[in-house]
Ligand binder design. Structure first.
Ligand SMILES: Cc1cc2nc3c(=O)[nH]c(=O)nc-3n(C[C@H](O)[C@H](O)[C@H](O)COP(=O)(O)O)c2cc1C
Length: 250
């Protein structure tokens, strides 16, 4: 199977991770009918039995790519939305929704303000957990692992792909800090709009991306009577190419 490089989410630049002809043999297009909460839902699944996947180095990433592609077809909006959990310096967890902006075999990337609560928490404790829940597909994916900041070149490239308003917004918002009024935020937007009028808008030094380098990826799919399918890919180190695969009780 051929890997086609980074799977960037959203926009016209999206490149499929693998093409339909390249689907591994365990994957077939099937119509699967599920009964849940007295309702029968017809869902098009890309995997006849995803639990049978061989745990090759790329297997969990390929499965994730297929599920994300399904979610892009079926979710009303933000199929790339995910809960991102961090832990602060006192060991207290925190969670919020962010958008996944790319993934490949190095990990899962999101962008944010480095001085936000999450930015400071990731500095104090450089690990994160992600959770995707695609309601239309009745699927969940969980990811855990250490994080790294993306390179300046990678962050610049993504920042420059954003709209002008979003680039100004990244300068104007002191994310997670108190704000007296909406008018203060709008004043900051006006100031930065004037400052950068007719010029390139550089990426703010306090704005970049993080990559979660997975040591654990769980795939969960709803089955009748709460007897769901769960498989977990686990490896001792994020650099390892070898995954242990284990099915778990629902
Ligand atoms: C659908 C959705 C997508 C979001 N995407 C992002 C994002 O990609 N980056 C970001 O910094 N905040 C994003 N937010 C806002 C965060 O949830 C959060 O309010 C903000 O990052 C501050 O979090 P913190 O105080 O824990 O750092 C998003 C919120 C929602 C509801």
């Amino acid at each position: 199977m051929q890997q086609k490089g980074i799977f960037a989410i959203g926009g016209s630049s999206r490149q499929a991770y693998i093409s339909e002809e390249e689907f591994p043999s365990f994957i077939q297009q099937v119509i699967f009918s599920m009964t849940s909460s007295d309702k029968t839902t017809q869902t098009r699944l890309m995997s006849s039995d995803f639990t049978e996947i061989e745990p090759t180095a790329s297997a969990p990433f390929e499965l994730f790519a297929l599920w994300m592609a399904d979610a892009e077809q079926s979710e009303l909006n933000d199929p790339n939305a995910m809960s991102v959990a961090t832990v602060d310096g006192q060991g207290v967890p925190n969670v919020r929704t962010l958008l996944l902006k790319g993934f490949d075999e190095r990990g899962f990337v999101f962008y944010t303000n480095l001085q936000s609560n999450k930015g400071l928490e990731l500095l104090a404790n450089p690990f994160a957990a992600l959770c995707f829940h695609w309601k239309t597909l009745r699927r969940q994916v969980r990811v855990r692992g250490p994080i790294e900041q993306v390179s300046d070149a990678e962050a610049d490239s993504y920042y420059q792909s954003r709209s002008e308003g979003s680039r100004i917004g990244a300068w104007a918002s002191q994310q997670s800090r108190p704000l007296e009024s909406r008018a203060d935020l709008e004043r900051a937007v006006d100031e930065y709009t004037k400052r950068f009028a007719g010029k390139d808008i550089p990426r703010p030094p306090h704005w970049s991306g993080f990559r979660v380098k997975p040591t654990e990826i769980e795939f969960w799919h709803d089955r009748p009577y709460r007897l769901h399918d769960r498989i977990v890919f686990k490896r001792s180190d994020f650099k390892s190419k070898s995954w242990d695969k284990q099915r778990f009780n629902p």
